[in-house]
Design a protein around this ligand. Structure first.
Ligand code: G
Ligand code: G
Ligand code: MN
Ligand code: NA
Length: 254
């Protein structure tokens, strides 16, 4: 109740914040993208993590305005970074089920991209497996429209849902994000290593690239690299950063 009341005013009260986590191309070491991750700067609770308020935002119909706020602010930030020299940087934004079902979603995204003069390859949308497979036919049509606009599409938390793999052949995707639960013990657990290797080779056969999430040490990086993983994201490189800190991180390898 307390969270709910506060959440309704969070945008107007300027309490939402975006943090950005770099995504690194394993073969070049370059930062090719960043994932925008929301937090809520609450006057009493401090910085609230998305796990604690996104589910509530979905229930009380606040996820649409919050999702729109994220798109606008993340793309405004990307436009600024591109002007400062990060010319090909990509911004990954998490999309909730409700946002995908909104009938003006394509127009909304076109408008924000146009507002910041961002073209193809600027925006990546992350959707979870469960969302992707909810309405496979409708999603296929919608995602094809988005992809036509040069928006890249990634499946978030891959391998964790109660899902079949059939959506992978139905949907026009660019990338899978290997869930960090498989990466965590990849050096010690042969099952995690097998699942990761199989996911990477299957993805490549399907014409998709793979981002490994939650990479925390060099051993994990070396193993993922030997498996042909394309991109990595995790504390070994950087935790999610404020915009200023993130730009300093990106700037190091222009
Ligand atoms: O940043 P953190 O690891 O705490 O994020 C936890 C979860 O919150 C992640 O699964 C992420 O997908 C989700 N999340 C973060 N930012 C957003 C957002 O802007 N929109 C939605 N729908 N989910 C987000
Ligand atoms: O579910 P999604 O991948 O969108 O959310 C990413 C979340 O994972 C963020 O909240 C971020 O804080 C967290 N995260 C990012 N890198 C690491 C990592 O290396 N280790 C762990 N344990 N969490 C991470
Ligand atoms: Mn994500
Ligand atoms: Na994830």
């Amino acid at each position: 109740q307390y969270i709910e009341t506060g959440l309704r005013q969070a945008i107007a009260s300027n309490q939402l914040r975006l943090f950005y986590q770099p995504q690194i191309d394993i073969s070049t070491g370059q930062v090719v993208g960043v994932e925008a991750l929301i937090r809520w700067q609450h006057p009493e609770l401090g910085l609230v993590a998305p796990d604690r308020f996104i589910p509530i935002a979905e229930e009380i119909d606040m996820i649409i305005p919050i999702g729109q706020w994220v798109l606008e602010n993340a793309l405004a930030q990307l436009a600024q970074w591109r002007k400062k020299g990060a010319k090909t940087l990509r911004m990954a934004v998490n999309l909730s089920a409700h946002q995908l079902r909104k009938d003006t979603i394509v127009a909304d995204i076109i408008n924000v991209l146009a507002q910041y003069q961002l073209g193809k390859g600027a925006l990546e949308l992350e959707i979870t497996e469960s969302v992707a497979m909810q309405y496979p036919e409708q999603n296929a049509k919608l995602l094809a429209e988005l992809r036509q606009l040069g928006i890249e599409l990634a499946i978030d938390d891959f391998g964790t849902g109660y899902s079949s793999l059939s959506y992978l052949k139905l949907l026009p995707l660019d990338r899978l994000k290997l869930d960090r639960s498989f990466v965590k013990d990849i050096e010690n657990d042969p099952n995690d290593a097998a699942i990761s290797a199989a996911t990477i080779s299957m993805s490549h056969e399907l014409g998709l690239t793979v981002v490994a999430e939650g990479v925390e040490n060099e051993a994990q990086l070396v193993l993922l690299s030997s498996m042909g993983c394309d991109l990595v994201q995790g504390y070994y490189f950087s935790k999610p950063l404020s915009a200023d800190d993130c730009f300093r991180f990106i700037e190091r390898n222009f």
